[in-house]
Write a protein that binds this ligand. Structure first.
Ligand code: AP5
Length: 210
């Protein structure tokens, strides 16, 4: 199964992708996680991406298309995958179509901007394994420590209020047009974004027939 999770920053794409990965035994392809790892490792892609990410702007399409093309050649992608945060522009979607990537379903998770700001303000992330937590809705067992790998949790640099506002503007301008793009292909499934995490997962499973 090949699935795209589409939605604004903080919609819960990463949270639901983690759960779907476990359920379907296929990998999550998060371009955000790939880029953050590249920044941490100081690779040429990371050096190119860092300033865009820190500002809450999109990394150029040619960089993303190259990174994803390479990732899809890995063996774990043979049985399918879950795109989290990709595509983010019409050009990226067209590149997937041009590579003949057959997407089964595009889940559009829409969440009002004011809820996004609360969610991202409370997000805590594991810099080692990428697990996502929240100070109110998904606390780790031990304060500030990742349940999965024991690393100290961090606040992402792009979760500062001004950067969140820019990310939301960028989403509405560059990414939201993909909703109509995939609706026209008959692949779009709307998933309510205001539920709590468990109810949202139930909704995701329902629309995917799981
Ligand atoms: P990326 O890492 O993809 O960030 P994003 O899309 O902005 O998405 P987020 O990770 O912020 O949110 P999410 O929807 O995954 O929400 P989450 O599950 O964490 O991208 C970062 C940057 O990289 C971009 O700004 C850009 O610069 C670059 N980039 C990446 N991909 C790119 C591309 N394709 N093209 C160009 N540039 C690209 O949840 C958020 C919080 O809410 C968590 O704390 C969670 O616990 C909580 N939560 C989740 N669901 C619920 C719920 N239902 N109820 C209550 N709380 C919830």
């Amino acid at each position: 199964m090949k699935i795209i999770l589409l939605g604004p920053p903080g919609a819960g794409k990463g949270t639901q992708a983690e759960i779907l990965t476990e359920k379907l035994k296929i990998p999550q392809i998060s371009t955000g996680d790939i880029l953050r790892a590249a920044v941490k490792a100081g690779t040429p892609v990371g050096l190119q991406a860092k300033a865009y990410m820190d500002a809450g702007d999109l990394v150029p399409d040619d960089v993303i298309i190259g990174v994803v093309k390479e990732r899809l050649t890995e063996k774990d992608c043979e049985k399918g995958y879950i795109f989290d945060g990709m595509p983010r522009t019409i050009a990226q979607a067209e590149a997937l179509d041009a590579q003949n990537v057959q997407i089964d379903a595009v889940l559009s998770i829409e969440v009002p901007d004011e809820i996004i700001i609360t969610r991202l303000g409370g997000r805590r992330t594991c810099p080692e394994c990428g697990m996502i937590y929240h100070t109110q809705t998904k606390k780790p067992s031990k304060d500030g420590i990742c349940d999965a790998c024991g690393a100290g949790l961090i606040i992402r640099k792009d979760d500062e209020t001004e950067t969140i506002k820019n990310r939301l503007e960028t989403y509405h301008k560059e990414t939201a047009p993909l909703i109509d793009y995939y609706r026209a292909q008959g692949k779009l499934k709307d998933v309510g974004g205001e539920y709590n995490i468990a109810s949202q997962t139930a909704e995701v499973f329902k629309v995917l027939g799981l």
